[in-house]
Design a protein around this ligand. Structure first.
Ligand SMILES: NC(=O)c1ccc[n+]([C@@H]2O[C@H](COP(=O)([O-])OP(=O)(O)OC[C@H]3O[C@@H](n4cnc5c(N)ncnc54)[C@H](O)[C@@H]3O)[C@@H](O)[C@H]2O)c1
Length: 409
């Protein structure tokens, strides 16, 4: 099989990273024990559009062991770990991905993967799902979606009548967003910020825009490191939650003026507009942990300073009205560009949901109409129980009497 990757000589390094991640993704032991002999994905052509990280390689290699033929591209032009792409390519996975793809190369990689003729697709952010309806010859049996923003786009696709296969909303499984979005992204976004800037967080004013699952994780991790954290929201319930969790809740136009760091994680567009940026103090650092690079108005930033200086690998310095504004990882997803993405222990939960949902579609697609489906409760529970076993944690069980007391059989 051929594909396009940066450097095939990186495969041994990728294998070592794969082994490291696999050793921290215990749930995959029980999934493989349960399914490896029956090979439920035999005959399936599987396309992945995911961030190509060491954790993703565990999902991909497991799906291959269960019988699938696989092609993969990245879910972001800047997030590919080239050693992992080389490793996957060396394992007969058709791989089109390298770090630093241009926007058009990124779209071409998605098309190349679709030319492989998949019948099940797993996407992160919806770029692949949104490309599929442009290729009417494809016969897709079903798909899955990894993230909040991807699901928002799928709902639009579905309501416009363009979604013609069932998609399982992996993001909405409790064992996904409660852990990956919150604890995984929370930790890795702070990791990305620190790796990119090398600066101190203690005593700094950090503004977190959006108090959803990702925002809760980032805010709590930043506070844990001594930052003074404020939150901005548009949803009154979440604003109230942030306030009762002990954060200052404010309008961006008020708190942006004293911010040292502003991190967006809303899934929205232009949360940080140029009119806000102009009012910020000199030296402010802007970063985004949401899926797309739409949350900060980067276009206007570039129109105000056409020659930003690259002061560190993932830090650009803009000069606007004699004030300095720093942008991390070009406004792209901070934790996957500046660091390695969410840690294997939480990605094992997300990707266990992915693999089990793919198996579910392979078995049940003929009974499923086009639309967006929840991850079956049995899968969510299985992942939670397997995760607890992997953590050597035992929990109590309701007695017969207690079950009857709350009306359960
Ligand atoms: N970086 C990662 O690894 C990673 C992981 C998971 C999710 N994500 C992405 O992060 C983003 C957020 O995901 P989530 O699961 O937290 O979503 P969520 O829906 O739980 O939270 C988003 C929050 O942002 C708020 N919001 C929307 N517009 C706003 C605005 N203009 N100002 C302030 N707040 C606003 C919403 O009210 C909501 O509370 C999505 O793009 C998602 O795809 C990234």
């Amino acid at each position: 099989m051929t594909g396009i990757i940066a450097d095939k000589n990186l495969a041994p390094q990728g294998k070592a990273s794969y082994d490291w991640a696999r050793a921290h993704m215990q749930i995959f032991n029980s999934i493989m024990e349960k399914y490896q002999s029956s090979k439920p994905l035999r005959g399936i052509k599987l396309a992945f559009c995911l961030h190509i990280t060491k954790e993703t390689s565990v999902l991909v290699m497991s799906a291959q062991k269960l019988g699938a033929k696989i092609a993969i591209c990245s879910a972001n032009p800047l997030s590919t770990q080239d050693d992992i792409a080389a490793f996957l390519s060396s394992k007969n996975i058709l791989t089109y991905a390298w770090r630093g793809e241009s926007d058009s190369e990124y779209r071409e990689c998605i098309m190349k993967v679709l030319q492989f003729g998949p019948n099940i697709v797993t996407d992160d952010g919806g770029d692949m799902h949104n490309t599929i309806f442009q290729v009417p010859s494809l016969k897709i049996l079903g798909g899955t979606e990894e993230t909040t923003s991807g699901l928002a786009r799928l709902r639009i696709l579905h309501s416009s009548g363009k979604l013609n296969y069932p998609v399982v909303a992996v993001n909405d499984a409790s064992t996904k967003h409660l852990f990956d979005n919150r604890y995984g992204t929370g930790q890795s976004a702070i990791d990305g910020l620190l790796r990119a800037t090398g600066l101190l967080l203690a005593g700094k004013h950090v503004i977190v825009c959006g108090y959803g699952w990702v925002g809760k994780g980032i805010a709590s991790r930043a506070r844990g490191m001594g930052a003074i954290v404020s939150v901005t929201e548009v949803d009154p319930l979440r604003a109230m939650e942030a306030s009762m969790d002990g954060y200052t809740v404010s309008k961006l136009s008020i708190c942006a003026g004293y911010a040292d760091f502003i991190i967006t994680c809303t899934g929205q567009k232009h949360v940080i507009s140029i009119s806000e940026i102009i009012k910020m103090k000199s030296g402010v650092i802007l970063a985004n942990a949401g899926h797309f690079d739409t949350e900060i108005d980067i276009h206007s930033l570039h129109s105000k300073d056409k020659f930003p200086i690259q002061v560190r690998p993932y830090v650009e310095q803009f000069t606007i009205q004699r004030k300095l504004v720093y942008l991390i990882s070009r406004g792209r997803v901070l934790n996957l560009v500046g660091s390695e993405g969410s840690p294997p222990e939480v990605m094992s939960l997300s990707f266990a949901n992915q693999l089990l949902s793919i198996i579910y579609i392979a078995k049940n697609y003929s009974k499923m109409l086009p639309g967006i489906y929840c991850v079956p409760k049995e899968i969510d529970n299985y992942v939670a129980e397997a995760a607890l076993r992997g953590m050597n944690i035992e929990i109590d069980k309701l007695s017969k009497m207690q079950r009857r007391y709350i009306g359960r059989q």
